[in-house]
Design a protein. Structure first.
Length: 382
């Protein structure tokens, strides 16, 4: 016999526990922003945001192509932070336009509007399906907040497009096209949109991406694209030949490299997982699966061979869906812990393989086996 839609006696306690953890973690994220700004001003550490800031400074100076020159870019970074290694700027020129809007400020001050603005976009994009405290409770939120990475921005674009595209294909497609700033996260969108035969969204996404690329070319010059393509080749060679601390990276490729697998075999395994993710995405979107956007978000993390914890923030959508599963309350809890574990590596408390691919796989399995009758309405946004 199926279960009724009324809450079982244990559900209020379960939701209260989830909510308490979410509030505590979200508070930590908010506090970390103020602490980070103070540390950046007083100790000048070389965190990721300085790469964006330095690229923006070069753009504002009228020398946008130099944002992709490792020596010139590093020289600007060193005017503000103490940087030991290299922190290049491998993003396409449309993203360079955005970095310039913050770079007129000193580094540590620019960090504040950057991170607050991108968090606001992220919370706006996630608000339809999850309450802000749950959105900020994703472990990836803490990573992004501290180092000033792109995760809040790219997740807002990804999730906004994925959740809007079915009902508002032109707007959703236009938002998806903005992922031209980080195209490795957008690889499965064509699969999804073709699977659902959403031709209007495909046209809008293509038009949006082309418009952003053309705008950057018009404002920054074709030579900026030439410099970017040269940097992209250097970055690709750097990523392929460097022996990373593989526990830092969040891809299937990195997990296999962590266990000593050769590069070619690890790439082959990554390819198999990417193809499987594409097949699941196609099936979900072609069949009109009720949680196809969440399946796309979980699947997207199996495509790029080079992926970091801050990119995992798009899993907030699968987690939001699974929080409503009254039959398996353990599932989102375990997925959240798997997302949390790699953070301990940043402070030397964990040296194992990155567990984010396991979290993505668990989310994907949970979505594909979810009984609609087990969904408790409004859990995630309660």
């Amino acid at each position: 016999m199926g279960r009724s839609n009324s809450q079982s006696p244990g559900e209020p306690a379960r939701l209260s526990a989830f909510s308490l953890v979410a509030r505590a973690f979200a508070t930590i994220v908010v506090i970390s922003i103020a602490v980070a700004a103070y540390v950046y001003q007083s100790q000048r550490p070389g965190v990721d945001f300085v790469s964006f800031w330095a690229a923006g400074r070069l753009m504002l100076a009228g020398t946008a192509p130099l944002a992709y020159d490792i020596v010139a870019h590093r020289a600007i970074e060193l005017t503000m932070v103490n940087l030991g290694g290299l922190m290049p700027f491998p993003y396409p020129p449309p993203f360079l336009l955005l970095t310039g809007t913050f770079a007129f400020l000193p580094f540590w001050i620019a960090y504040l509007p950057w991170i607050i603005g991108t968090i606001a976009l992220y919370l706006f994009a996630t608000r339809p399906f999850v309450a802000p405290r749950f959105a900020l409770a994703h472990p990836g939120a803490l990573v992004n907040a501290i180092i000033g990475q792109t995760g809040f921005l790219t997740s807002a674009i990804f999730l906004g497009g994925a959740t809007l595209v079915a009902k508002r294909p032109v707007l959703g497609g236009a938002i998806i096209g903005m992922l031209v700033i980080k195209p490795q996260l957008a690889v499965l969108f064509p699969v999804a949109l073709l699977g659902s035969r959403n031709w209007r969204a495909i046209a809008a996404a293509a038009a949006s991406a082309i418009a952003l690329l053309a705008l950057a070319a018009a404002l920054l010059g074709i030579e900026t694209y030439v410099a970017f393509l040269s940097m992209a080749q250097q970055q690709g060679a750097f990523l392929s030949t460097r022996e990373w601390d593989w526990g830092e990276q969040a891809s299937v490729f990195a997990v296999f490299r962590y266990f000593g697998t050769g590069r070619e075999l690890a790439f082959a395994v990554q390819g198999v997982f990417a193809l499987a993710a594409a097949a699941l995405t196609w099936r979900a979107w072609a069949s009109g699966h009720p949680h196809r956007a969440a399946i796309l978000a979980a699947s997207a993390l199996f495509v790029p061979p080079y992926l970091f914890a801050y990119d995992s923030l798009i899993l907030v959508l699968p987690l939001a869906v699974l929080l409503k599963d009254r039959d398996r309350p353990w599932l989102p809890a375990i997925a959240w812990l798997l997302l949390l574990v790699p953070l301990f590596g940043y402070v030397g408390l964990y040296e194992g393989p990155n567990t984010i691919p396991l979290a993505a796989a668990l989310c994907l399995w949970g979505l594909l086996t979810l009984r609609q009758a087990a969904i408790q309405p409004q859990v995630a946004s309660a």
